[in-house]
Design a protein around this ligand. Structure first.
Ligand code: XMP
Length: 533
Protein backbone atom coordinates (compact mmCIF):
# COMPACT_ATOMS: atom_id res chain seq x y z
CA UNK A 1 0.00 0.00 0.00
CA UNK A 2 0.95 3.58 -0.65
CA UNK A 3 1.04 6.26 2.03
CA UNK A 4 0.08 9.71 0.80
CA UNK A 5 0.99 12.60 3.06
CA UNK A 6 -1.20 15.64 2.56
CA UNK A 7 0.29 19.10 2.83
CA UNK A 8 -3.05 20.72 2.07
CA UNK A 9 -3.31 20.78 -1.70
CA UNK A 10 -6.82 20.81 -3.13
CA UNK A 11 -5.92 17.93 -5.39
CA UNK A 12 -4.40 15.51 -2.88
CA UNK A 13 -7.38 13.17 -3.10
CA UNK A 14 -6.81 13.02 -6.82
CA UNK A 15 -3.44 11.39 -6.13
CA UNK A 16 -5.20 8.73 -4.07
CA UNK A 17 -7.76 8.32 -6.77
CA UNK A 18 -5.13 7.79 -9.48
CA UNK A 19 -3.33 5.28 -7.31
CA UNK A 20 -6.62 3.46 -6.74
CA UNK A 21 -7.19 3.55 -10.51
CA UNK A 22 -3.84 1.79 -10.85
CA UNK A 23 -5.25 -0.97 -8.63
CA UNK A 24 -3.13 -0.16 -5.59
CA UNK A 25 -4.46 0.61 -2.12
CA UNK A 26 -3.58 4.04 -0.80
CA UNK A 27 -4.57 6.26 2.05
CA UNK A 28 -4.21 9.97 2.68
CA UNK A 29 -2.94 11.19 6.06
CA UNK A 30 -2.02 14.68 7.21
CA UNK A 31 1.67 15.52 6.78
CA UNK A 32 2.22 15.88 10.51
CA UNK A 33 1.78 12.22 11.46
CA UNK A 34 4.52 10.97 13.74
CA UNK A 35 7.74 9.25 12.69
CA UNK A 36 6.47 6.24 14.57
CA UNK A 37 3.26 6.19 12.54
CA UNK A 38 5.28 6.31 9.33
CA UNK A 39 7.58 3.48 10.47
CA UNK A 40 4.67 1.25 11.50
CA UNK A 41 2.42 1.94 8.54
CA UNK A 42 3.97 -0.63 6.25
CA UNK A 43 4.01 1.52 3.12
CA UNK A 44 5.53 0.20 -0.07
CA UNK A 45 6.02 3.80 -1.10
CA UNK A 46 5.25 7.32 0.06
CA UNK A 47 3.86 10.25 -1.94
CA UNK A 48 4.21 13.81 -0.66
CA UNK A 49 1.45 16.10 -1.93
CA UNK A 50 1.42 19.72 -3.01
CA UNK A 51 0.51 22.61 -0.73
CA UNK A 52 -0.35 26.29 -0.57
CA UNK A 53 2.55 26.77 1.84
CA UNK A 54 6.08 27.81 1.01
CA UNK A 55 9.06 25.89 2.34
CA UNK A 56 10.70 29.26 2.85
CA UNK A 57 8.30 30.24 5.63
CA UNK A 58 9.52 29.76 9.16
CA UNK A 59 6.87 27.26 10.17
CA UNK A 60 6.68 25.53 6.81
CA UNK A 61 5.23 22.03 7.04
CA UNK A 62 7.81 19.27 6.83
CA UNK A 63 7.49 15.59 6.07
CA UNK A 64 8.29 13.34 9.02
CA UNK A 65 12.01 12.61 8.71
CA UNK A 66 11.22 8.88 8.95
CA UNK A 67 9.82 9.04 5.41
CA UNK A 68 13.34 9.38 4.07
CA UNK A 69 14.74 6.65 6.33
CA UNK A 70 12.23 3.90 5.59
CA UNK A 71 14.11 2.52 2.64
CA UNK A 72 11.01 2.70 0.41
CA UNK A 73 10.50 4.87 -2.69
CA UNK A 74 9.29 8.42 -2.16
CA UNK A 75 7.62 10.66 -4.73
CA UNK A 76 7.40 14.38 -4.05
CA UNK A 77 4.85 16.38 -5.99
CA UNK A 78 5.12 20.19 -6.25
CA UNK A 79 5.46 21.28 -2.60
CA UNK A 80 6.39 17.67 -1.89
CA UNK A 81 9.37 18.12 -4.18
CA UNK A 82 10.37 21.36 -2.53
CA UNK A 83 10.20 20.00 0.99
CA UNK A 84 12.12 16.93 -0.13
CA UNK A 85 14.82 19.20 -1.51
CA UNK A 86 14.86 21.36 1.61
CA UNK A 87 14.90 18.42 4.03
CA UNK A 88 17.62 16.48 2.23
CA UNK A 89 20.12 19.30 1.87
CA UNK A 90 19.10 21.08 -1.31
CA UNK A 91 17.93 24.62 -1.73
CA UNK A 92 14.56 26.17 -2.60
CA UNK A 93 14.09 29.73 -3.80
CA UNK A 94 11.17 32.00 -4.22
CA UNK A 95 10.48 32.10 -7.94
CA UNK A 96 10.08 35.57 -9.33
CA UNK A 97 7.35 34.45 -11.66
CA UNK A 98 4.60 32.09 -10.69
CA UNK A 99 4.16 29.31 -13.15
CA UNK A 100 0.55 28.31 -13.48
CA UNK A 101 -1.14 26.06 -15.97
CA UNK A 102 0.04 24.25 -19.03
CA UNK A 103 3.78 23.70 -19.50
CA UNK A 104 6.03 21.59 -21.64
CA UNK A 105 8.71 19.78 -19.73
CA UNK A 106 11.83 18.24 -21.15
CA UNK A 107 12.62 14.82 -19.71
CA UNK A 108 16.26 14.33 -18.76
CA UNK A 109 18.58 11.68 -17.48
CA UNK A 110 16.62 8.55 -18.44
CA UNK A 111 15.08 7.93 -15.06
CA UNK A 112 12.99 4.95 -14.17
CA UNK A 113 9.99 7.19 -13.43
CA UNK A 114 9.75 8.70 -16.89
CA UNK A 115 11.14 5.71 -18.77
CA UNK A 116 9.26 5.27 -22.03
CA UNK A 117 6.92 8.16 -21.27
CA UNK A 118 6.68 11.22 -23.45
CA UNK A 119 4.07 13.18 -25.34
CA UNK A 120 6.23 14.15 -28.27
CA UNK A 121 9.87 14.30 -29.34
CA UNK A 122 11.41 17.55 -30.50
CA UNK A 123 13.45 17.63 -33.68
CA UNK A 124 16.58 17.70 -31.48
CA UNK A 125 15.37 14.36 -30.17
CA UNK A 126 14.27 15.52 -26.71
CA UNK A 127 11.38 13.66 -25.11
CA UNK A 128 8.77 16.22 -24.01
CA UNK A 129 5.89 15.99 -21.56
CA UNK A 130 2.75 18.12 -21.49
CA UNK A 131 2.08 18.88 -17.87
CA UNK A 132 0.13 21.13 -15.51
CA UNK A 133 2.10 23.31 -13.12
CA UNK A 134 1.07 25.53 -10.26
CA UNK A 135 3.86 26.91 -8.16
CA UNK A 136 5.72 30.01 -7.02
CA UNK A 137 8.78 28.54 -5.34
CA UNK A 138 11.18 26.21 -7.06
CA UNK A 139 14.20 24.07 -6.34
CA UNK A 140 17.46 25.96 -6.88
CA UNK A 141 19.96 23.28 -5.80
CA UNK A 142 19.33 19.57 -5.74
CA UNK A 143 20.25 17.67 -2.59
CA UNK A 144 23.37 15.47 -2.71
CA UNK A 145 22.80 12.26 -4.63
CA UNK A 146 20.10 13.66 -6.92
CA UNK A 147 20.28 14.05 -10.68
CA UNK A 148 18.22 16.17 -13.00
CA UNK A 149 15.08 14.42 -14.26
CA UNK A 150 13.21 17.21 -16.08
CA UNK A 151 13.33 20.91 -16.82
CA UNK A 152 11.43 23.80 -18.36
CA UNK A 153 12.74 27.18 -19.48
CA UNK A 154 11.55 28.94 -16.36
CA UNK A 155 12.12 26.03 -14.00
CA UNK A 156 15.48 24.39 -14.72
CA UNK A 157 14.96 21.81 -12.00
CA UNK A 158 11.38 20.67 -12.69
CA UNK A 159 12.11 17.09 -11.73
CA UNK A 160 14.89 15.33 -9.85
CA UNK A 161 15.73 11.79 -8.86
CA UNK A 162 18.02 9.87 -6.56
CA UNK A 163 17.67 6.47 -8.14
CA UNK A 164 19.90 4.83 -5.57
CA UNK A 165 17.41 5.63 -2.80
CA UNK A 166 14.43 5.67 -5.20
CA UNK A 167 13.51 9.24 -4.37
CA UNK A 168 11.71 11.04 -7.17
CA UNK A 169 10.29 14.51 -7.29
CA UNK A 170 8.35 16.50 -9.84
CA UNK A 171 7.37 20.14 -9.83
CA UNK A 172 4.25 19.48 -11.90
CA UNK A 173 1.05 17.70 -10.89
CA UNK A 174 0.83 14.18 -12.34
CA UNK A 175 -2.50 13.62 -10.56
CA UNK A 176 -4.51 16.05 -12.69
CA UNK A 177 -5.81 15.05 -16.09
CA UNK A 178 -4.19 18.07 -17.77
CA UNK A 179 -0.89 16.27 -17.26
CA UNK A 180 -1.35 13.96 -20.19
CA UNK A 181 0.95 11.19 -18.98
CA UNK A 182 0.18 11.72 -15.31
CA UNK A 183 -1.61 8.44 -14.97
CA UNK A 184 1.30 6.63 -16.61
CA UNK A 185 3.80 8.36 -14.30
CA UNK A 186 1.91 7.45 -11.14
CA UNK A 187 1.38 3.98 -12.55
CA UNK A 188 5.14 3.58 -13.06
CA UNK A 189 5.81 4.86 -9.57
CA UNK A 190 3.52 2.42 -7.80
CA UNK A 191 4.12 -0.60 -10.05
CA UNK A 192 7.68 -0.42 -11.35
CA UNK A 193 9.33 1.58 -8.60
CA UNK A 194 7.38 0.56 -5.47
CA UNK A 195 6.70 -2.95 -6.78
CA UNK A 196 2.98 -2.90 -5.93
CA UNK A 197 0.67 -5.24 -7.83
CA UNK A 198 -2.69 -4.20 -9.27
CA UNK A 199 -4.72 -6.23 -6.87
CA UNK A 200 -6.88 -3.72 -5.12
CA UNK A 201 -10.51 -3.38 -6.17
CA UNK A 202 -13.99 -2.37 -5.06
CA UNK A 203 -14.69 -5.49 -2.94
CA UNK A 204 -11.45 -4.76 -1.06
CA UNK A 205 -12.54 -1.19 -0.66
CA UNK A 206 -15.80 -2.34 0.87
CA UNK A 207 -14.00 -4.64 3.31
CA UNK A 208 -11.73 -1.84 4.43
CA UNK A 209 -14.49 0.76 4.61
CA UNK A 210 -16.65 -1.62 6.64
CA UNK A 211 -13.84 -2.20 9.14
CA UNK A 212 -13.24 1.51 9.43
CA UNK A 213 -16.91 2.24 10.13
CA UNK A 214 -17.07 -0.52 12.75
CA UNK A 215 -13.96 0.79 14.46
CA UNK A 216 -15.32 4.31 14.39
CA UNK A 217 -18.83 3.77 15.76
CA UNK A 218 -18.37 0.65 17.85
CA UNK A 219 -21.78 -0.27 19.28
CA UNK A 220 -23.27 3.22 18.88
CA UNK A 221 -26.40 3.92 16.91
CA UNK A 222 -26.35 5.97 13.73
CA UNK A 223 -28.99 8.12 11.97
CA UNK A 224 -28.90 8.82 8.27
CA UNK A 225 -31.12 11.07 6.18
CA UNK A 226 -32.02 9.04 3.14
CA UNK A 227 -33.14 11.08 0.14
CA UNK A 228 -33.21 8.47 -2.58
CA UNK A 229 -30.26 10.20 -4.25
CA UNK A 230 -27.09 8.32 -5.12
CA UNK A 231 -24.84 9.58 -2.35
CA UNK A 232 -27.11 9.04 0.62
CA UNK A 233 -28.21 5.68 -0.81
CA UNK A 234 -24.69 4.37 -1.23
CA UNK A 235 -23.74 5.68 2.22
CA UNK A 236 -26.76 3.88 3.69
CA UNK A 237 -25.94 0.60 1.94
CA UNK A 238 -22.30 0.77 3.05
CA UNK A 239 -23.05 1.67 6.66
CA UNK A 240 -25.74 -0.98 6.80
CA UNK A 241 -23.22 -3.54 5.55
CA UNK A 242 -20.95 -2.48 8.40
CA UNK A 243 -23.29 -2.16 11.36
CA UNK A 244 -26.69 -3.56 10.31
CA UNK A 245 -29.44 -2.58 12.70
CA UNK A 246 -27.38 0.02 14.48
CA UNK A 247 -28.29 2.20 11.49
CA UNK A 248 -31.66 3.91 11.21
CA UNK A 249 -32.51 5.86 8.08
CA UNK A 250 -35.00 8.70 8.08
CA UNK A 251 -36.63 9.23 4.73
CA UNK A 252 -38.62 12.45 4.48
CA UNK A 253 -41.19 12.35 1.69
CA UNK A 254 -42.07 15.97 0.98
CA UNK A 255 -44.61 15.03 -1.66
CA UNK A 256 -42.36 16.46 -4.35
CA UNK A 257 -40.66 13.23 -5.37
CA UNK A 258 -40.91 11.53 -8.74
CA UNK A 259 -43.53 8.91 -9.57
CA UNK A 260 -43.32 5.92 -7.19
CA UNK A 261 -40.02 7.18 -5.85
CA UNK A 262 -41.01 6.78 -2.23
CA UNK A 263 -42.12 3.18 -2.79
CA UNK A 264 -38.92 2.46 -4.70
CA UNK A 265 -36.75 3.72 -1.88
CA UNK A 266 -38.68 1.66 0.65
CA UNK A 267 -38.54 -1.46 -1.52
CA UNK A 268 -34.86 -1.15 -2.17
CA UNK A 269 -33.76 -0.43 1.37
CA UNK A 270 -36.37 -1.73 3.76
CA UNK A 271 -37.52 -4.75 1.76
CA UNK A 272 -34.49 -5.86 -0.24
CA UNK A 273 -31.60 -4.85 1.96
CA UNK A 274 -33.35 -5.07 5.31
CA UNK A 275 -32.35 -1.56 6.36
CA UNK A 276 -34.35 0.11 9.12
CA UNK A 277 -36.05 3.02 7.36
CA UNK A 278 -38.53 5.41 8.92
CA UNK A 279 -40.59 6.97 6.15
CA UNK A 280 -42.17 10.25 7.09
CA UNK A 281 -44.98 11.28 4.81
CA UNK A 282 -44.98 15.03 5.19
CA UNK A 283 -46.79 15.91 1.97
CA UNK A 284 -49.61 17.81 3.64
CA UNK A 285 -47.25 19.71 5.86
CA UNK A 286 -45.13 20.82 2.90
CA UNK A 287 -48.11 21.68 0.73
CA UNK A 288 -49.56 23.69 3.56
CA UNK A 289 -46.41 25.73 3.95
CA UNK A 290 -46.13 26.25 0.20
CA UNK A 291 -49.73 27.37 -0.36
CA UNK A 292 -49.86 30.77 -1.99
CA UNK A 293 -46.07 31.04 -2.36
CA UNK A 294 -44.89 31.76 -5.90
CA UNK A 295 -41.37 33.16 -5.57
CA UNK A 296 -38.75 30.51 -6.49
CA UNK A 297 -36.23 31.48 -3.85
CA UNK A 298 -38.86 31.62 -1.17
CA UNK A 299 -40.13 28.20 -2.20
CA UNK A 300 -36.60 26.80 -1.95
CA UNK A 301 -36.16 28.31 1.50
CA UNK A 302 -39.46 26.95 2.74
CA UNK A 303 -38.79 23.45 1.45
CA UNK A 304 -35.26 23.47 2.91
CA UNK A 305 -36.38 24.73 6.31
CA UNK A 306 -39.34 22.36 6.47
CA UNK A 307 -37.10 19.48 5.57
CA UNK A 308 -34.77 20.25 8.44
CA UNK A 309 -37.73 20.59 10.76
CA UNK A 310 -39.26 17.23 9.85
CA UNK A 311 -35.92 15.43 9.82
CA UNK A 312 -34.93 16.83 13.18
CA UNK A 313 -38.26 16.06 14.80
CA UNK A 314 -37.94 12.46 13.67
CA UNK A 315 -34.28 12.17 14.59
CA UNK A 316 -34.92 13.57 18.05
CA UNK A 317 -37.01 10.46 18.75
CA UNK A 318 -33.96 8.28 18.23
CA UNK A 319 -32.54 9.07 21.59
CA UNK A 320 -29.80 6.48 21.51
CA UNK A 321 -28.19 7.78 18.35
CA UNK A 322 -24.66 9.08 18.70
CA UNK A 323 -23.82 9.62 15.04
CA UNK A 324 -25.29 11.41 12.09
CA UNK A 325 -24.22 9.83 8.84
CA UNK A 326 -24.05 11.80 5.62
CA UNK A 327 -23.30 10.99 2.03
CA UNK A 328 -20.74 13.77 1.68
CA UNK A 329 -18.44 12.97 -1.22
CA UNK A 330 -15.07 14.42 -2.06
CA UNK A 331 -16.26 17.17 -4.43
CA UNK A 332 -18.50 18.43 -1.56
CA UNK A 333 -15.48 18.49 0.69
CA UNK A 334 -13.48 20.54 -1.79
CA UNK A 335 -16.40 22.83 -2.49
CA UNK A 336 -16.81 23.71 1.13
CA UNK A 337 -13.14 23.66 2.07
CA UNK A 338 -12.38 26.87 3.88
CA UNK A 339 -8.97 28.35 4.15
CA UNK A 340 -8.16 25.81 6.84
CA UNK A 341 -4.59 24.65 7.00
CA UNK A 342 -5.15 21.25 5.51
CA UNK A 343 -7.73 22.35 3.00
CA UNK A 344 -10.42 20.24 4.61
CA UNK A 345 -13.18 21.65 6.72
CA UNK A 346 -16.29 19.63 7.31
CA UNK A 347 -19.28 20.70 5.29
CA UNK A 348 -22.15 21.45 7.59
CA UNK A 349 -25.07 20.12 5.63
CA UNK A 350 -28.32 21.86 6.25
CA UNK A 351 -29.64 19.04 8.39
CA UNK A 352 -26.82 19.22 10.92
CA UNK A 353 -27.44 22.79 11.90
CA UNK A 354 -30.69 22.47 13.75
CA UNK A 355 -30.40 19.14 15.52
CA UNK A 356 -31.24 19.38 19.20
CA UNK A 357 -28.17 20.45 21.09
CA UNK A 358 -28.39 17.63 23.65
CA UNK A 359 -28.02 15.05 20.89
CA UNK A 360 -24.51 16.23 20.06
CA UNK A 361 -24.20 13.90 17.13
CA UNK A 362 -20.83 13.11 15.67
CA UNK A 363 -20.50 13.10 11.91
CA UNK A 364 -19.96 9.88 10.01
CA UNK A 365 -19.05 10.46 6.36
CA UNK A 366 -17.79 7.24 4.83
CA UNK A 367 -17.74 8.58 1.24
CA UNK A 368 -15.64 11.65 1.96
CA UNK A 369 -12.71 10.42 -0.06
CA UNK A 370 -14.56 9.22 -3.12
CA UNK A 371 -15.38 10.85 -6.41
CA UNK A 372 -18.84 10.54 -7.92
CA UNK A 373 -17.97 7.77 -10.37
CA UNK A 374 -16.29 5.81 -7.56
CA UNK A 375 -19.40 6.23 -5.41
CA UNK A 376 -21.46 4.78 -8.25
CA UNK A 377 -19.14 1.81 -8.65
CA UNK A 378 -19.25 1.27 -4.92
CA UNK A 379 -23.05 1.36 -5.02
CA UNK A 380 -23.20 -1.32 -7.68
CA UNK A 381 -20.67 -3.43 -5.77
CA UNK A 382 -22.88 -3.12 -2.68
CA UNK A 383 -25.79 -4.54 -4.64
CA UNK A 384 -27.77 -1.39 -5.40
CA UNK A 385 -29.52 -1.52 -8.79
CA UNK A 386 -27.48 -0.10 -11.67
CA UNK A 387 -30.42 2.05 -12.81
CA UNK A 388 -30.67 3.69 -9.44
CA UNK A 389 -26.97 4.29 -9.03
CA UNK A 390 -26.62 5.83 -12.50
CA UNK A 391 -29.70 8.01 -12.19
CA UNK A 392 -29.73 11.64 -13.28
CA UNK A 393 -29.33 14.14 -10.45
CA UNK A 394 -32.52 15.36 -8.81
CA UNK A 395 -32.64 18.66 -6.92
CA UNK A 396 -33.26 18.70 -3.17
CA UNK A 397 -36.47 20.78 -3.52
CA UNK A 398 -37.65 18.16 -5.99
CA UNK A 399 -40.67 18.94 -8.13
CA UNK A 400 -41.03 22.11 -6.09
CA UNK A 401 -38.74 23.87 -8.56
CA UNK A 402 -40.29 22.13 -11.55
CA UNK A 403 -43.79 23.42 -10.89
CA UNK A 404 -43.63 27.07 -11.84
CA UNK A 405 -45.14 29.42 -9.33
CA UNK A 406 -47.43 28.07 -6.64
CA UNK A 407 -46.98 24.40 -5.80
CA UNK A 408 -50.14 22.32 -5.53
CA UNK A 409 -50.56 18.62 -5.01
CA UNK A 410 -52.78 18.44 -8.10
CA UNK A 411 -49.99 19.92 -10.23
CA UNK A 412 -47.39 17.60 -8.70
CA UNK A 413 -49.55 14.57 -9.54
CA UNK A 414 -49.88 15.60 -13.20
CA UNK A 415 -46.19 16.43 -13.48
CA UNK A 416 -45.09 13.12 -11.94
CA UNK A 417 -46.96 11.15 -14.59
CA UNK A 418 -45.72 13.24 -17.50
CA UNK A 419 -42.17 13.03 -16.19
CA UNK A 420 -42.35 9.25 -15.81
CA UNK A 421 -43.50 8.86 -19.42
CA UNK A 422 -40.65 11.05 -20.66
CA UNK A 423 -38.04 9.11 -18.67
CA UNK A 424 -39.47 5.76 -19.73
CA UNK A 425 -39.31 6.70 -23.41
CA UNK A 426 -35.75 8.01 -23.05
CA UNK A 427 -34.72 4.71 -21.50
CA UNK A 428 -36.50 2.72 -24.17
CA UNK A 429 -35.02 4.56 -27.14
CA UNK A 430 -31.68 3.25 -28.33
CA UNK A 431 -28.91 5.79 -28.68
CA UNK A 432 -27.18 5.38 -32.01
CA UNK A 433 -24.37 7.90 -31.69
CA UNK A 434 -20.97 6.86 -30.43
CA UNK A 435 -19.93 9.77 -28.27
CA UNK A 436 -21.87 12.70 -26.98
CA UNK A 437 -20.12 16.01 -27.52
CA UNK A 438 -18.97 17.68 -24.33
CA UNK A 439 -20.29 14.92 -22.12
CA UNK A 440 -18.15 12.70 -19.97
CA UNK A 441 -19.18 9.08 -19.60
CA UNK A 442 -17.78 5.88 -18.22
CA UNK A 443 -19.14 3.85 -21.08
CA UNK A 444 -20.85 4.50 -24.38
CA UNK A 445 -24.50 5.37 -23.78
CA UNK A 446 -26.94 2.67 -24.77
CA UNK A 447 -30.10 4.73 -24.75
CA UNK A 448 -31.15 8.36 -24.67
CA UNK A 449 -31.45 8.38 -20.90
CA UNK A 450 -27.77 7.49 -20.65
CA UNK A 451 -26.92 9.94 -23.41
CA UNK A 452 -28.33 12.87 -21.44
CA UNK A 453 -27.08 14.29 -18.16
CA UNK A 454 -30.44 15.36 -16.88
CA UNK A 455 -33.94 15.11 -18.31
CA UNK A 456 -37.30 15.93 -16.79
CA UNK A 457 -40.68 17.52 -17.31
CA UNK A 458 -41.70 20.94 -16.02
CA UNK A 459 -45.24 21.94 -15.12
CA UNK A 460 -46.46 25.24 -16.55
CA UNK A 461 -49.54 26.56 -14.75
CA UNK A 462 -51.03 28.02 -17.89
CA UNK A 463 -53.94 26.60 -19.81
CA UNK A 464 -54.21 26.33 -23.55
CA UNK A 465 -56.96 25.19 -25.84
CA UNK A 466 -56.90 21.79 -27.47
CA UNK A 467 -59.20 19.41 -29.22
CA UNK A 468 -59.66 15.77 -28.29
CA UNK A 469 -62.18 13.52 -29.94
CA UNK A 470 -65.23 15.72 -30.39
CA UNK A 471 -64.49 17.95 -27.51
CA UNK A 472 -62.59 21.08 -26.81
CA UNK A 473 -60.06 20.89 -24.00
CA UNK A 474 -58.64 23.67 -21.92
CA UNK A 475 -55.74 22.18 -20.00
CA UNK A 476 -52.24 22.67 -18.65
CA UNK A 477 -48.90 22.58 -20.50
CA UNK A 478 -45.74 20.64 -19.70
CA UNK A 479 -42.29 21.45 -21.01
CA UNK A 480 -39.68 18.76 -21.55
CA UNK A 481 -36.09 19.53 -20.66
CA UNK A 482 -33.08 17.38 -21.56
CA UNK A 483 -29.47 18.54 -21.36
CA UNK A 484 -25.96 17.29 -21.90
CA UNK A 485 -23.20 18.63 -19.71
CA UNK A 486 -20.04 17.68 -17.91
CA UNK A 487 -20.23 19.86 -14.86
CA UNK A 488 -23.77 21.28 -14.84
CA UNK A 489 -22.29 24.79 -14.93
CA UNK A 490 -22.85 25.03 -18.66
CA UNK A 491 -25.12 22.77 -20.66
CA UNK A 492 -26.41 22.12 -24.17
CA UNK A 493 -30.00 21.17 -24.83
CA UNK A 494 -30.06 17.61 -26.09
CA UNK A 495 -30.88 17.04 -29.73
CA UNK A 496 -33.43 14.35 -29.05
CA UNK A 497 -34.80 12.58 -32.15
CA UNK A 498 -38.07 14.08 -33.32
CA UNK A 499 -39.71 10.66 -33.31
CA UNK A 500 -38.86 10.27 -29.64
CA UNK A 501 -40.25 13.71 -28.82
CA UNK A 502 -43.36 12.91 -30.82
CA UNK A 503 -43.93 9.67 -28.95
CA UNK A 504 -43.50 11.33 -25.58
CA UNK A 505 -45.88 14.12 -26.50
CA UNK A 506 -48.54 11.70 -27.75
CA UNK A 507 -48.34 9.53 -24.71
CA UNK A 508 -48.45 12.39 -22.25
CA UNK A 509 -51.49 13.99 -23.86
CA UNK A 510 -53.30 10.67 -24.24
CA UNK A 511 -52.44 9.22 -20.87
CA UNK A 512 -52.47 12.17 -18.54
CA UNK A 513 -55.84 13.79 -18.41
CA UNK A 514 -55.41 17.44 -17.52
CA UNK A 515 -52.48 18.05 -19.88
CA UNK A 516 -53.09 18.88 -23.52
CA UNK A 517 -49.87 20.43 -24.78
CA UNK A 518 -46.18 19.48 -24.65
CA UNK A 519 -43.31 21.79 -25.60
CA UNK A 520 -39.58 21.16 -25.77
CA UNK A 521 -37.08 23.51 -24.17
CA UNK A 522 -34.24 24.44 -26.54
CA UNK A 523 -32.37 26.86 -24.32
CA UNK A 524 -28.74 26.39 -23.40
CA UNK A 525 -27.14 27.23 -20.08
CA UNK A 526 -26.23 30.01 -20.07
CA UNK A 527 -28.33 32.02 -20.61
CA UNK A 528 -31.06 29.72 -19.25
CA UNK A 529 -30.49 27.45 -16.26
CA UNK A 530 -31.16 23.72 -16.30
CA UNK A 531 -34.09 23.90 -13.89
CA UNK A 532 -36.81 26.40 -14.68
CA UNK A 533 -36.75 27.90 -11.21
P1 XMP B 1 -29.40 24.98 -12.63
O1 XMP B 1 -30.89 25.03 -12.70
O2 XMP B 1 -28.84 25.98 -11.66
O3 XMP B 1 -29.05 23.54 -12.05
O4 XMP B 1 -28.75 25.09 -13.98
C1 XMP B 1 -27.77 22.98 -12.03
C2 XMP B 1 -27.88 21.64 -11.34
O5 XMP B 1 -28.18 21.81 -9.96
C3 XMP B 1 -29.40 21.16 -9.62
N1 XMP B 1 -30.12 22.00 -8.67
C4 XMP B 1 -30.28 21.77 -7.36
N2 XMP B 1 -29.88 20.73 -6.59
N3 XMP B 1 -30.88 21.73 -4.69
C5 XMP B 1 -30.19 20.71 -5.27
O6 XMP B 1 -29.86 19.76 -4.56
C6 XMP B 1 -31.32 22.81 -5.38
O7 XMP B 1 -31.93 23.71 -4.84
C7 XMP B 1 -31.00 22.80 -6.79
N4 XMP B 1 -31.25 23.69 -7.80
C8 XMP B 1 -30.71 23.17 -8.93
C9 XMP B 1 -30.12 20.99 -10.94
O8 XMP B 1 -31.02 19.89 -10.87
C10 XMP B 1 -28.97 20.76 -11.90
O9 XMP B 1 -28.51 19.41 -11.85
Amino acid sequence: KILILDFGSQVTQLIARRVRDAGVFSEVFPYDVSDEFVRNYGAAGVILSGSHSSTLEGDAPRAPQAVFELGVPVLGICYGMQTMAAQLGGKVENGLVREFGYAEVRARGHTNLLNGINDFVTHEGHGMLKVWMSHGDKVLDMPPGFKLMASTDSCPIAGMADEERKFYAVQWHPEVTHTVQGKAMLGRFVHEICGCKSDWNMPDYITEAVEKIRAQVGTDEVILGLSGGVDSSVAAALIHRAIGDQLTCVFVDHGLLRLNEGEMVMDMFAKNLGVKVIRVDATDQFMGKLAGVTDPEQKRKIIGAEFVEVFNAESAKLTNAKWLAQGTIYPDVIESAGKGKKGQTIKSHHNVGGLPEHMKLKLLEPLRELFKDEVRKLGVALGLPYEMVYRHPFPGPGLGVRILGEVKKEYADLLRRADAIFIEELRNTAYEGVVVPGFDQDAAPRNWYEATSQAFAVFLPVKSVGVMGDGRTYDYVVALRAVQTQDFMTAHWAHLPHELLGRVSNRIINEVRGLNRVVYDISGKPPATIEWE
